[in-house]
Design a protein around this ligand. Structure first.
Ligand code: NAP
Length: 260
């Protein structure tokens, strides 16, 4: 699938764990060179080492313009090009509105939304010079479609990413750079595991496919957006959630059980 990706260079922010590690693994399996980025150099190195010699770890905080610039410079120094950016790094600490501090709000927006902007801005000079590029943002169903108590700031950041890519896609179209987003449902990652077994079990019960998603489910969708074959698709988003957003009520799920 997507032979065009062999030899291309990808940067994956938040590539050391969870969905980002799945993206890194999928890109590496497609023959790409991958810069695995996270704040922890040790974690980024460990993930890269597991992927083989064409993957390299790098430490940067996407909320920092200098960190994102260093990340792009390192990829260029190492491989001479940047073909794909997966702007995936994100955090999802929960806080209900009466407990949510201004700092809580700012940090989530800084990492998830500003970090998306800064990572994209950092790779643009190289992509524009090549007159080609693929940017794939990891958004979520939470915010653009659904809500969940404790995640008002998170949902705003994830909906904001979709607003951002629509204008970015228009601005970058003349340069041959596409900007699209994947919107995961509940995907089994370290981050999600941190929400506890009760959350995981209940969430599984609210998904028509009756399973949490895998990081491979997300990576396969991202791989399409990253490919040459997706050259004419930009400013779009795809939900990958096992049907989670579809039931209009609990009754719809109960009815499903009766049928099965
Ligand atoms: P995760 O398992 O917690 O992994 C997060 C990754 O991002 C790690 O590699 C982490 O490495 C890195 N990271 C966190 N803050 C960073 C920062 N400021 N700068 C650079 N790297 C940073 O999370 P995940 O579940 O895979 O989520 C990844 C993305 O998918 C997020 O954007 C999230 O909103 C989105 N998403 C996840 C789900 C889900 O069900 N898991 C659903 C919808 C959307 P360090 O800790 O070393 O920095």
């Amino acid at each position: 699938m997507f032979q065009s990706l062999a030899g291309r260079v990808a940067i994956v922010t938040g590539g050391s764990k969870g969905i980002g590690r799945g993206l890194s693994a999928r890109f590496a399996a497609a023959g790409m060179k991958v810069l695995v980025v996270g704040r922890s150099q040790a974690d980024a190195d460990a993930t890269a080492a597991a992927l083989g010699p064409d993957a390299v770890g790098f430490s940067a905080d996407v909320a920092s313009a200098a960190g994102c610039a260093a990340m792009a410079a390192f990829a260029l120094d190492t491989w001479g090009r940047i073909d794909v950016l997966a702007a995936n790094a994100g955090i999802f600490p929960a806080a209900k509105l009466d407990q949510m501090s201004e700092d809580d709000f700012d940090r989530v927006i800084d990492v998830n939304l500003k970090g998306t902007f800064l990572a994209i801005k950092a790779v643009l000079p190289a992509m524009k010079a090549a007159r080609k590029g693929r940017i794939v943002v990891t958004s979520s169903i939470t915010g653009p479609i659904t809500g969940y108590p404790g995640w008002a700031h998170y949902g705003a950041s994830k909906a904001g990413q979709l607003g951002f890519i629509r204008t970015a896609a228009i601005e970058l179209a003349p340069w041959g750079i596409t900007v699209n987003a994947v919107m995961p449902g509940n995907i089994r990652t370290e981050g999600l595991d941190g929400l506890g077994p009760e959350y995981l079990a209940k969430m599984e019960g609210s998904i028509p496919m009756r399973r949490l998603g895998s990081v491979a489910d997300i990576a396969n969708a991202a791989l399409y957006f990253a490919s040459e074959e997706a050259a004419y698709v930009t400013g779009q988003n795809i939900v990958v959630d096992g049907g989670q957003v579809l039931p209009e009520s609990l009754m719809a799920l109960e009815e499903m059980d009766v049928v099965v």
